[in-house]
Design a protein around this ligand. Sequence first.
Ligand SMILES: Cc1cc2nc3c(=O)[nH]c(=O)nc-3n(C[C@H](O)[C@H](O)[C@H](O)COP(=O)(O)OP(=O)(O)OC[C@H]3O[C@@H](n4cnc5c(N)ncnc54)[C@H](O)[C@@H]3O)c2cc1C
Length: 270
Amino acid sequence: MNLNTIVEVKRPGSIEEVEWRDGHAWLGGGTWLFSEPQVATDTLVDLESFGWPALTATPRGLEIAATCKIAELHAFKGPPAWRAIPLIRDCIDAFLMSFKIWNAATVGGNICMSLPAGAMVSLTSALEGVCTLWPRMGGPREIPVADFVTGNHMNVLQKGELLRSIHLPASALSRRYAMRQASLTHLGRSAALIVGTAGDNGEDFLLTVSAATPRPVQLRFKKIPAATELRQAIDERLPAESWFEDVHGSAPYKRHITRYYAEQIRAELA
Ligand SMILES: Cc1cc2nc3c(=O)[nH]c(=O)nc-3n(C[C@H](O)[C@H](O)[C@H](O)COP(=O)(O)OP(=O)(O)OC[C@H]3O[C@@H](n4cnc5c(N)ncnc54)[C@H](O)[C@@H]3O)c2cc1C
């Protein structure tokens, strides 16, 4: 779509060159920005011009630049010790995408959209990702992805604040995992995307519920719980009004499928 309110596209070399004002919008891949009218926006600030390296793997973990394309992340192959790397591809494959979105959309753009079916939100929260944010004033701040998203299309970003990168710790990348995803239609938007991770001996079991809820919800157990304990924890943490109801699934359906898949994940990791 042509955005007929845009009068300028800025391509700064560094953040210091950006003088933010109302009407500015950060431009990631533009797949959402260009998909509907942006009447309040007159200037796009293209993040690609910062030239950040897409992916940086170190012994500490994986640094994903906000500008990393979904296709670049899909192609990433980490060291064998990072056993959760295939989860990257599992989550990306769960993301309903055209060829254009696949090659243009950025990881940061997907997280900043903060949609319940944001596959990069599911992935990075399940792998205990931490966002680095660049506020307009003051130094960088860090926040776990699971706390970054606060609701359907809502997050903690302040006006003009930038998501710079997401760090996935090596400790999370090295864990065992199991994942389940459901859509009402073949290749449809996720109604539920559930991930469980655990240590080798079943210690520190982390269940991340996404798509079925407006924002990711995490349940942590010292060791893999019994089926009844897990079911009870889900019901306590997610009462009837907590489920995200939309055309991609009713709230009771999403609750049902979450309980069903959570049990499969628990059994698989046990
Ligand atoms: C047909 C279609 C289907 C879609 N299906 C899905 C889906 O199933 N799930 C889903 O999650 N999304 C979906 N989307 C929405 C969108 O395409 C994706 O979320 C995509 O990943 C957004 O990434 P982008 O880089 O293109 O973001 P952009 O369009 O560039 O930006 C999206 C928003 O985030 C802001 N932004 C981007 N990067 C940053 C940053 N680093 N810091 C701060 N703000 C930033 C932008 O200003 C804008 O408000 C769909 C879109 C279309 C058109």
